[in-house]
Unconditional design. Structure first.
Ligand code: APR
Length: 320
C-alpha cells in the first residue's frame, strides 16, 4: 500500500517539527513547502539524515513549488508569521490573511482532496478564510487550537495533582485567543471531575482559577520566554494527533476549530468545539451542555472570533 503523503505548507519552526514527527511516527512521506528558498530543502535533507539514525524511511522533500504537494492526503498549514513578545495573535491578521489566500489557492489547485489542518494565527479567522479561499468542503478543513490548549491545561493540572498526564482529560473550547474557555466541569483526573476534586480537598478553587488563567495565556507565556517566535513543539504534536486520527480513521474526539451550522448557537463560522475526526474528516460536532459560566465565556469568545471575521472581510472583499 502506498504511503500517505503529508504536505507541510510552511516549513518554519512548527513545519520542521511536524516533518520530524511524521518521520518518527511513520505517518507517511512529507513535502516541506515554503516561500523561503533553500530552507525547506535543507530541513528535508537534515531530517532525512536523522531518519538514518532513527530508522525511519519517510521520503522528505523540500520545495517552493506547489505542484509538489499534488495528491497530498493531509496538508498542515503553518505558513505566515508568528507572534513576537507584546503581540497578540490578532495582530497577525492582516499579513497572515494574505498568506492564507495564496495557500488556499495552492491547495485548491494541487491537493483538493486533502484533509487540511490550519495552525496559522489568529486561528479561527484564518481557518475560516483558508476554507473560503480553497473552496474545499468544510468537513475537510479544520483548525488546530483546542488540542494544544487542552494539552496546556492538562500539563498544568497534572503538575497540580502530581499525577500522570495520561490520567488527565481536559477540554478547552472557543476561539484560540485570550477568551478561550477551559471547561473545568468536563476536565477530570481518571474520570473524577475537577469540581469533585475540589470538594475532596485535593486542590482549591483558587488554584484551579490560576491554572485556567495560565492556560488562557499559555501561548503568550512561551512567546515571552522565547523572545523571538512562538511555541512549536506542542503545536506540532497537536496537529499530528489530528492528522493521525484522520489517516488511521481512529475517530478520536478532539477539540478543534470546526465549521458550525447552528451547533452551539453558531452559524457559518469556525470555532473550537469537540469533534470526531475520522476518514471523512470532521464526521461529527459533539454538542456538550455548557454550564452558566462556561456558556457565557464561550459566547464572549465567539464574539471575538466574529469580530476578526469582520476585520478579514474589510481587508478582502472576496470574503464578504
Ligand atoms: N507560503 C508559504 N510559506 C510562507 C508564506 C507563504 N505565502 N509566508 C510565510 N511563509 C513561511 C515562512 O517563510 C516561514 O518559514 O511560513 C513559515 C512560518 O514559520 P515560522 O516563522 O518559524 O513560524 P512558526 O513558529 O512555524 O508558526 C507559524 O503558526 O502558531 C502559528 O502564530 C503562529 O501564525 C504562526 C504559524
Amino acid at each position: 500500500m502506498a504511503r500517505s503523503k503529508i504536505a507541510l505548507i510552511g516549513s518554519g519552526m512548527i513545519g520542521g517539527t511536524l516533518a520530524h514527527l511524521v518521520g518518527l511516527k511513520e505517518l507517511g512521506d512529507a513535502v516541506l513547502f515554503d516561500i523561503a528558498e533553500g530552507m525547506p530543502k535543507g530541513k528535508a535533507l537534515d531530517l532525512s539524515q536523522a531518519g538514518a539514525v532513527e530508522g525511519y524511511d519517510a521520503v522528505l522533500k523540500g520545495t517552493q513549488d506547489y505542484a509538489d504537494i499534488a495528491g497530498a492526503d493531509v496538508c498542515i498549514v503553518t505558513a505566515g508569521v508568528p507572534r513576537k513578545p507584546g503581540m497578540s495573535r490578532d495582530d497577525l491578521l492582516e499579513i497572515n490573511l494574505k498568506v492564507m489566500k495564496a495557500v488556499g489557492e495552492g491547495i485548491k489547485a494541487h491537493a483538493p482532496d486533502a484533509f487540511v489542518i490550519c495552525i496559522t494565527n489568529p486561528l479561527d479567522a484564518m481557518v475560516w478564510a483558508l476554507q473560503k479561499f480553497s473552496g474545499l468542503p468544510t468537513n475537510k478543513v479544520v483548525g488546530m487550537a483546542g488540542v494544544l490548549d487542552s494539552a496546556r491545561f492538562k500539563h498544568f493540572l497534572a503538575e497540580e495533582f502530581d499525577v500522570s498526564v495520561e490520567d488527565v482529560t481536559t477540554f478547552v473550547l472557543g476561539g484560540h485567543g485570550d477568551t478561550m474557555v477551559p471547561v473545568v466541569e468536563y476536565s477530570t483526573v481518571a474520570g473524577i471531575p475537577i469540581p469533585d476534586l475540589i470538594k475532596m480537598g485535593w486542590t482549591s478553587q483558587g488554584k484551579i482559577d490560576a491554572i485556567v488563567d495560565r492556560t488562557r495565556k499559555g501561548g503568550g507565556e512561551i512567546v515571552q520566554l522565547l523572545g523571538n517566535g512562538s511555541a512549536y513543539y506542542a503545536p506540532a504534536s497537536s496537529a499530528i494527533a489530528m492528522a493521525d486520527s484522520y489517516l488511521k480513521d481512529k475517530r478520536r474526539l478532539l477539540p478543534c476549530a470546526a465549521w458550525l451550522t447552528g451547533e452551539y448557537g453558531c452559524d457559518g463560522m469556525y470555532v473550537g468545539v469537540p469533534v470526531i475526526i475520522g476518514e471523512e474528516g470532521v464526521e461529527k460536532v459533539v454538542e456538550i451542555e455548557l454550564g452558566g459560566e462556561a456558556q457565557k465565556n464561550f459566547q464572549v469568545s465567539v464574539d471575538a472570533v466574529k469580530e476578526l471575521m469582520e476585520a478579514c472581510k474589510g481587508l478582502d472583499s472576496s470574503l464578504a
